[in-house]
Design a protein around this ligand. Structure first.
Ligand SMILES: NC(=O)c1ccc[n+]([C@@H]2O[C@H](COP(=O)([O-])OP(=O)(O)OC[C@H]3O[C@@H](n4cnc5c(N)ncnc54)[C@H](OP(=O)(O)O)[C@@H]3O)[C@@H](O)[C@H]2O)c1
Length: 270
């Protein structure tokens, strides 16, 4: 299937490693020009070099940008720079790191605010600043795409992930509102909900749970794997393939959807 992504321009946030990097690589593999951002210049430049080398890309098809998505001014600069350098912006993938794990007594109000800045406000601000460019792209190219990386915890809260459970639910409400408003303009808005997937974030979560419970990391991971239908942890590439499809021209009648990529961990009927 031709995904129709050749020469589309994508901006992927939180992309120096993990799911964001895999998403950026999948989009570049399908022919997109990709701007990718993270907080750290060395890490994001290394990621861009790695991606260009792995896919043997021509110069100028990957643009590394430093942007802390908690900083609205940095978002505005990074998105503006991507649109200027590539001449358009057709696809936005919102993403960042995850907040710490813990229960109700573990966080003060400031830590709650920080989690909402990291995972909710960043998503809203990335969309706000990308929107004029996405609208222009939809007018000239017929469609544009917004994909928001959230978590299966948005559908089925995970007991130790209060901060994530709460912020993700906000993103789902925002996404659904945006999908409704932008449909007529040819812009689809979908969320992608990873289950347990092998990244640095997963290692951090396993270490935190090990400290709390005394279980080995192997036992923790085995428990996570046992919780889904496929009985294994996911690979970032499997997540990224779903991103590429939803970003593609082929996903033209899919909007307002919350797609788990979780090996069947979510047990709801719908
Ligand atoms: N992996 C899983 O099993 C899983 C499951 C459910 C949900 N999720 C969620 O999916 C998202 C991505 O997860 P992941 O596993 O890929 O995490 P990860 O391995 O920790 O990678 C996070 C990426 O985001 C960047 N980043 C972190 N904070 C940022 C900020 N403030 N501004 C810009 N970039 C930032 C990091 O780069 P720098 O350090 O260079 O800034 C890194 O490239 C997270 O929100 C996570 O909670 C993951």
């Amino acid at each position: 299937m031709d995904l129709g992504l050749t020469d589309r321009v994508a901006f992927v946030a939180g992309a120096s490693s993990g799911l964001g990097y895999a998403a950026a690589a999948a989009l570049a593999r399908e022919g997109c020009r990709v701007a990718l951002c993270s907080r750290d210049a060395d890490r994001i430049e290394a990621a861009a070099d790695r991606l260009a080398a792995a896919l043997d890309l021509e110069d100028g098809r990957v643009l590394p940008l430093v942007c802390d998505v908690r900083d609205e001014a940095a978002i505005e600069r990074a998105i503006g720079e991507a649109a200027r350098r590539f001449g358009a912006l057709h696809i936005l993938v919102t993403n960042a790191g995850g907040p710490p794990s813990g229960f109700i007594g573990d966080f003060d109000a400031q830590q709650w605010r920080e989690a909402l800045e990291l995972n909710l406000m960043s998503t809203i601000n990335l969309c706000r600043h990308a929107l004029p460019h996405l609208r222009a792209a939809a007018r000239s190219a017929g469609h544009a795409r917004v994909l928001m990386v959230t978590s299966v915890s948005a559908k089925q809260p995970i007991p130790s992930l209060y901060l994530s459970n709460t912020a993700r639910a906000g993103v789902q409400g925002f996404a659904k509102s945006l999908a409704e408003e932008l449909g007529l303009e040819g812009i689809t808005v979908n969320t992608i909900l990873p289950g347990y997937t092998r990244t640095e974030r997963l290692k951090d979560l396993a270490r935190a749970m090990q400290e709390r419970t005394g279980q080995s990391v192997e036992a923790i991971e085995a428990g996570w794997a046992a919780g889904n239908a496929l009985k294994r942890i996911g690979d970032p590439q499997e997540f990224a393939d779903a991103v590429a499809f939803l970003a593609s021209a082929r996903a033209s009648y899919i909007t307002g959807v919350a797609l788990p990529v979780d090996g069947g961990a979510v047990k709801h009927l719908l």
